[in-house]
Design a protein around this ligand. Structure first.
Ligand code: AVJ
Ligand code: FE
Length: 362
């Protein structure tokens, strides 16, 4: 692979890191170490985990080097260490943490010089630069998790830097009364679902396969705060998380659980789309990328699923416990948004940037 492509990878890794560091720049060490919520990690854990994941894949696995801190990696294993205990782990903190981030990156760049990452690379981890794409996606996904926690930090405001030019900070898109109730009709037929064989995608998006869908309708826009306000008034349901901060009526509803999304859809006489319906309709949907959209689907393996490169990324979460979300939110980097991307979470969660879009049988 040509040196410019390696340079491009190095630049993108640097850009993701600038985004990560810009997010925490306004905070001091005590805020990084503080446990704000049982369902989220202290920011210091996310930072150390980002570096440790990089060290594991780009330095140890690809570069065949020893880790910098021996057994430290086991405290950054997301499955071994549930979020509610992460504040008590002997993880790196303060200046040691910053040094670790820098030292791992230095070694990553050293290894990058040595490897062959072309389309013909023998190692499937290196083919088309897969492992580098995975690392980039991982860091960018963690910046979204960090933003979930940053919502809970009193007085936190996003630094005004280009790395954090998040869509939510732009002018709010106009919606007229008629456009918010418009639906798109999708014909019955066979649709292709999932990521194609080339280009970066997670294992859970493969293999691409056909599904038969009955005719259905789906809303052009996600449910708005003003739509939901009506529901709250009529039913006395509990408001979404952070509702008291004063939502802009025309903006998409955000911070609702799957249960709340289901209840709202039922109240309107419609329903949540399945993830297959969502993906089939995706080229025609509008206002994507402001809120994740809950679907009615459980997070399950596609036909012919093969775990790659490790079963703990997706396979460990398959089953009826987690529901799939599609699209992406204002906190999702555009580089990790794609129609086949499957996000998942527990149905009671609402600290995530989640809303919904309504569907119904035609
Ligand atoms: C895809 C957001 C559900 O946070 O558990 C981060 C992403 N995986 N590190 C998660 C992820 C490993 C994942 N979600
Ligand atoms: Fe992770």
């Amino acid at each position: 692979m040509s040196p410019t492509t390696k340079d491009a990878i190095a630049d993108r890794l640097a850009e993701a890191r600038r985004r990560t560091l810009a997010l925490v720049e306004p905070l001091d060490d005590s805020q990084l170490n503080r446990v704000y919520s049982e369902i989220l990690s202290p920011l210091a854990w996310d930072l150390g985990h980002i570096a440790n994941f990089e060290e594991l894949w780009l330095v140890q696995t690809i570069g065949d080097r020893e880790p910098l801190h021996g057994e430290l990696g086991r405290f950054y294993d997301a499955i071994e260490n549930p979020r509610k205990i992460r504040g008590e782990l002997p993880i790196l903190r303060d200046s040691e943490l910053r040094t670790y981030l820098d030292d791992v990156r230095e070694r990553t760049l050293e290894v990058l010089e040595e490897v062959e990452i072309g389309a013909e690379a023998e190692d499937p981890l290196l083919r088309e630069g897969f492992v580098y794409e995975m690392l980039l996606a991982h860091e960018l996904q963690h910046t979204e998790t960090m933003l979930q926690l940053l919502q809970m930090v009193d007085g936190y405001t996003l630094p005004d830097v280009p790395e954090l030019d998040l869509p939510d900070r732009g002018p709010s898109p106009e919606t007229s009364a008629e456009s918010s109730s418009e639906t798109i009709a999708i014909e019955a037929g066979t649709y292709e679902i999932g990521a194609g064989p080339t280009g970066f995608a997670y294992d859970n998006e493969r293999g691409r396969h056909e599904v038969e869908l009955a005719a259905f309708e789906i809303d052009r826009l996600p449910v708005s705060n003003s739509d939901y306000a009506e529901f709250l008034e009529e039913t006395g349901a509990e408001p979404p998380l952070y509702w008291e901060r004063g939502p802009d009526a025309s903006q998409p509803l955000i911070h609702v659980s799957w249960h709340e999304a289901e209840a709202y859809a039922g109240w309107t006489g419609k329903r949540l789309p399945t993830e297959q319906e969502w993906e089939a309709a995706s080229p025609r949907l509008e206002r994507l990328g402001r809120v994740w959209e809950w679907t009615s689907s459980d997070f399950l393996a596609y036909p012919g699923f093969e775990a790659f490169p490790y079963p703990e990324y997706s396979e460990a979460f398959f089953g009826d416990e987690h529901k799939v979300l599609r699209g992406g939110s204002w906190a999702t980097h555009r580089e990790v948004m794609r129609p086949s991307f499957r996000n998942w979470d527990l149905p009671q969660r609402r600290q995530i940037f989640s809303g919904l879009r309504l569907a119904r049988d035609a």
